[in-house]
Design a protein around this ligand. Sequence first.
Ligand SMILES: [Cu+2]
Length: 166
Amino acid sequence: MFETTFIPKSISRDDIQGKKMETTPKPAEAPKPKSNTWKLIAIVVVILVVVGVAAYILTQTTTATANVLMQDDAACGATPPDTSCLFTPATYNATVNGPAVVWRNDGGVPHTVGTNATLNANGLDTFTSNSLASHGGTFSHTFTVKGTYHYYCTIHQWMKGIINVN
Ligand SMILES: [Cu+2]
């Protein structure tokens, strides 16, 4: 391979190799540390913005729109039944085939959402959630049949609610 570097006649080889640069000292050496500081600040600001936006998005999704909340006093003793453990609102009106009804556990102990087959008419949807974690566990169900649905928490069976689906 041949070197095909084109060198104009007006520029000597010394110019290209930088040998003559010694005669003209560079005045722009001093501010270099300053620009590094600004780069660092810019990087930190970008990281803070990214973390902030991510935290905002995450908190938005964890507090996603819920239709029915589970609330309690973090105790929910059974005898006598702790009435501070409840679904609110106790009755909620939903639409057949969606949007889904979303329950969210805002309490301090786990709860569930389960249909009560003995109270509900034949042919209605049946569902039972898993144990929903305290402070944010959610469950959703899209009702496919119109009707009045009685449901309860299978852990605290005095916690009852109704969904009217029209
Ligand atoms: Cu419960």
